[in-house]
Design a protein around this ligand. Structure first.
Ligand code: CP3
Length: 343
């Protein structure tokens, strides 16, 4: 691979500068993405390998990040499990038949992912061809808890109160659903690795909704199963939004790297994780609205605080749709231009 900086950082090797990519980099702030969106609905874009691979490489062509992330969505998993998922423009995910009873859980299937999600594997093959061994490709999945949130709530939410109610009033059914999602996710991520992704990231976007004890019971137990099943096949990155309280346990999980959001300082993240594991993050996505010169200063400070080694520069969550193109460029360039104070 021509540029393996990202994989070297995941292994904890000494590097001249940290690698950089941005969560949700293939997306709505790019005019070339908006052009494609005008012509094809969301799941058509996900299910058509030509489109998914093209959208994946769009940000790379423009900014030259050190890793690409496959364009897809975490919700292709419940879809493959026979749960209807729609993506409504200006609304987000909508599941018309939320899973709220034991009977509904019984009806959820664990599919053959090679069949139902074959389009994802084809998109990976096609993306690898386009990347031409230039940079690594990241595959991803939602954490079982985050997927359960959408399956039970039926849509996005500020509190995911119905998802929590389901777990706390029908824990047996909730655990059965989480296990079915976990089994599907493990098979899915293994298939992605076989198809060619070089690392996988688990997005626990709603882990921070749970108390530390409930997080262990309803989220991390299942993430741990995913790490155990995948870690010998590809490096696993775990990103839990709002999950700083779980970083200590995560550091001992076998994950290659941990994502950190912007509410946790680099110093505290290093402290909580014992200072040895690769960390990824944590620029406030809204800070990309600051002028480019200020972004560059803040990025340099962020790298100084995390340290250039065992570190992957990224945002603390997905890039926002209203970020000016030159501001995204300032973020990526600042990392690429980074000079360590000791060099
Ligand atoms: O560049 C990349 O990171 C790859 C693409 C990617 C998408 N979704 C494409 C997408 C990734 C990694 C995701 C993950 C995802 N999807 C998460 C976890 C990451 C996070 O941000 O917390 C979650 C919670 C979802 C579920 C989801 N998908 C929501 C809540 C929405 C609507 C809100 C929104 O962000 O627009 C989506 C739709 C979606 N997924 C879009 C994109 C580019 C926008 C809709 C569109 O393009 O029509």
């Amino acid at each position: 691979m021509k540029n393996d900086l990202f994989l070297r950082a995941l292994k904890g090797e000494i590097v001249d500068r940290p690698p950089v990519w941005m969560m949700r980099q293939a997306g709505r702030y790019l005019p070339e993405f908006i052009e494609i969106r005008k012509k094809y609905d969301f799941f058509t874009r996900c299910q058509t390998p030509e489109l998914a691979s093209e959208i994946t490489v769009q940000p790379i062509r423009r900014y030259g990040m050190d890793a690409a992330i496959l364009f897809s969505d975490i919700l292709v998993i419940p879809q493959a499990m026979n749960i209807e998922v729609q993506m409504k423009p200006n609304f987000g995910p909508y599941l018309p038949n939320p899973i709220q009873t034991q009977k509904a859980v019984d009806n959820v299937i664990v599919p053959d992912v090679n069949e139902t999600l074959d389009y994802v594997m084809k998109a990976i093959t096609m993306t690898k061809e386009k990347l031409n061994d230039g940079i690594p490709l990241i595959g991803f999945a939602g954490s079982p808890w985050t997927i359960l949130c959408y399956c039970v709530q039926g849509q996005g939410s500020k509190t995911f109160d119905k998802a929590k109610e389901f777990c706390f009033t029908q824990p047996i059914a909730a655990h059965e659903l989480l296990q079915k999602i976990t089994d599907t996710t493990i098979a899915y991520l293994k298939a992605k690795v076989r198809a060619g992704v070089n690392a996988v990231q688990v997005f626990d976007s709603w882990g921070g909704m749970l108390s530390p004890d409930d997080y262990q019971e309803f989220s991390f137990t299942y993430i741990q199963q995913i790490i155990d099943a995948l870690k010998d096949e590809a490096p696993v990155i775990v990103f839990g939004k709002g999950c700083w309280f779980a970083l200590g346990g995560m550091a001992k999980s076998g994950a290659a790297a941990l994502g950190v959001d912007w509410t946790c300082s680099p110093k505290n993240a290093r402290y909580l994780t014992g200072g040895n594991i690769t960390l990824q993050g944590n620029f406030d996505p809204a800070r990309l609205l600051s002028p480019p010169s200020e972004i560059k200063k803040m990025v340099t400070r962020m790298i100084d605080e995390f340290g250039k080694d065992k570190y992957i520069a990224n945002l603390g969550h997905g890039i926002l749709p209203n970020i000016p193109l030159e501001n995204a460029k300032a973020f990526v360039d600042a990392v690429k231009e980074y000079k360590s104070p000791t060099q």
